[in-house]
Ligand binder design. Structure first.
Ligand code: TNX
Length: 533
């Protein structure tokens, strides 16, 4: 079969003709008929990207997707791409396991990648005859496929069949991440979000090469995961939320479904059980966990800092041990997050004692501790990771810990907090850490932000989404987009590529894609959005 090849400009011209013909014939033009996107529109910006002007590859009924031989994960990545694209293009896109190096179609290969791109990097070549992604590991193939998705016409991300053609601009990209940890946190405690809602967020994270989902599973207002040894936590402690709604919780099977869905996208789940503060839901569920033996009422307000596990009580540590034991057993990733923030009703001595015990318990279950940066006020195990959430650019205990080898995840609240309002009249969110629009979210360097916490001490970045004011999927979308891709770029792209003007152009080019995907994004006036988006 002769496969038609659309040179890029011809493809665009044909798309224009299709629109004109549709207008003449009186039928509505499909929103943004499959139009070639610019080679330079990828977010996060790749390490190197060289367009080949005038060359493009056309995905057609003759295109097969080839997966590296002998690698079930490579085949799985190929199948994910095929499944996604079949929906919008209606093309067969058969997945073929190949032995030889294919010379046509879309090939996902585990050979020939530059060693320097590491486990998550890739090389993507697009010529008139083939698209080839080479990686050292399946994770790199997955990340490369996300780049390829952004080079397809935006209608390829539609949930219903669209008309082509399906041109992909020619060129070469060699790419790998700056930081190992590129995270997003979702607070499912203040308001509960279903497995499907979390999976939708995971899909969005994957597109921007985020590789960590930190789930804030417990707080004063709700306990969101079933623990077999302490069943009231979920059934009673999970039974409400901010404002007094019904709340909810994940069964252990639900949690596993989230973990597996994330793993299919090369995203590691970090479960957080916040302690010793932020524990009213647990204390309400079991009277015997309270120092005075009396269970408080469940809490549906938004104050912080009033609750604490009973530090002198030995049952507290049995409780933590059993809770963390069950969660660790369900979690394939290396980390368990113990919170540790805003323990303002715990004395400094009790706090240190508690954090020390908690670290030992997590280690006994084979996991590495992450804690909010407050844990740097206590003696830390050398492997413990501290997550900075402050609004200043210096923090003495954290700098001292970093000098001692502690790795830091950067979530400065005045830059990365997706629950901060964009502007004063934003309907959702808070503003205790300031207003955060695109410029603010993007204009800081995670590797040189905090005094005494330099590039080598930084494990990565994370964008937390607290949900005191967020209730629906549309609410999550609106606060995450367009800021989440800004944080994703800070985590992935080398600092040498950092450029606000160029970033905002690429970000604007994502708008039509979000529209096609049904993402309810904030139309920041700091970004020039293409017309119609
Ligand atoms: C501070 S940041 C908190 C959360 C709130 C958030 C609201 C941190 C570690 N603790 O408990 O939800 O502010 O923006």
């Amino acid at each position: 079969m002769i496969v038609p090849r659309w040179p890029r400009r011809l493809g665009a011209a044909l798309a224009g003709l299709a629109v004109a013909a549709a207008l003449l014939s009186g039928t509505a033009a499909p929103a943004a008929a499959a139009t070639a996107v610019a080679f330079t529109s990828v977010v996060p910006v790749p390490v190197t990207a060289a367009a080949t002007p005038g060359v493009s590859y056309a995905i057609t009924a003759g295109t097969a997707i080839y997966a590296a031989p002998g690698s079930a994960p490579a085949a799985a990545v190929a199948n994910q791409l095929a499944t996604r694209m079949r929906v919008s293009t209606g093309l067969p896109l058969p997945v073929v396991t190949t032995v030889a190096s294919p010379t046509d179609g879309i090939a996902l290969l585990l050979t020939g990648a530059p060693p320097g791109v590491g486990a998550e990097g890739y090389q993507l070549d697009i010529t008139a005859s083939a698209i080839t992604i080479r990686a050292n590991q399946p994770a790199g193939l997955f990340r490369g496929v996300q780049t390829l998705r952004q080079l397809l016409p935006v209608t390829a991300d539609a949930a219903t069949p669209q008309s082509g053609p399906w041109p992909v601009p020619g060129g070469q990209i060699v790419d790998h991440p700056r930081f190992a940890h590129r995270g997003a946190m979702l607070d499912v405690a203040r308001h509960f979000f279903t497995v499907a809602q979390v999976q939708r967020y995971l899909d969005q994270l994957a597109l921007y090469k985020i590789n960590v989902l930190h789930l804030h599973l417990s707080d004063d207002q709700g306990w969101r995961i079933a623990i077999n040894s302490w069943p009231n936590l979920a059934t009673y402690g999970g039974g409400t939320q901010v404002g007094g709604g019904p709340g909810g919780y994940y069964t252990q099977a639900d949690y596993t479904a989230i973990v597996n869905y994330a793993a299919d996208r090369y995203i590691t789940v970090i479960p957080e059980i916040d302690m010793p503060g932020h524990t009213n839901a647990a204390l309400a569920s079991y009277a015997q966990l309270n120092c005075n033996g009396v269970a408080p009422a469940r809490y549906t307000g938004t104050q912080v800092g009033f609750s604490s596990l009973c530090v002198p009580l030995e049952l507290t540590y049995t409780f933590i041990d059993q809770v963390i034991g069950e969660i660790a057993a369900l979690t394939p990733g290396p980390y368990v997050h113990i919170g540790g923030d805003e323990a303002s009703s715990t004395t400094a001595a009790d706090y240190s004692y508690f954090i020390n015990r908690a670290q030992q318990i997590v280690a006994a279950h084979g996991k590495t501790v992450v804690g909010w940066h407050d844990v740097a006020n206590a003696p830390l195990q050398s492997s413990t990771v501290a997550q900075f959430w402050g609004t200043t650019t210096s923090n003495a205990p954290l700098a001292a810990a970093a000098a001692n080898g502690t790795k830091v995840v950067m979530s400065p609240a005045n830059k990365t907090y997706l629950d901060m309002k964009y502007r004063n009249n934003t309907r959702l969110g808070q503003k205790w850490a300031g207003l955060i629009d695109v410029n603010t979210a993007y204009e800081w360097n995670p590797g040189a932000y905090l005094t005494g916490v330099g590039e080598t001490a930084v494990l990565g970045v994370e964008a937390p989404l607290w949900t005191e004011t967020l209730v629906t999927t549309a609410d999550i979308d609106y606060m995450a987009f367009p800021r989440l891709p800004a944080i994703a770029e800070l985590g992935w792209s080398p600092w040498s590529t950092h450029n606000l003007t160029a970033f905002k152009q690429r970000l604007g080019a994502q708008g039509p894609r979000w529209r096609v995907m049904g993402i309810n994004y904030y139309h920041s006036t700091q970004v020039t959005w293409p017309s119609g988006s």
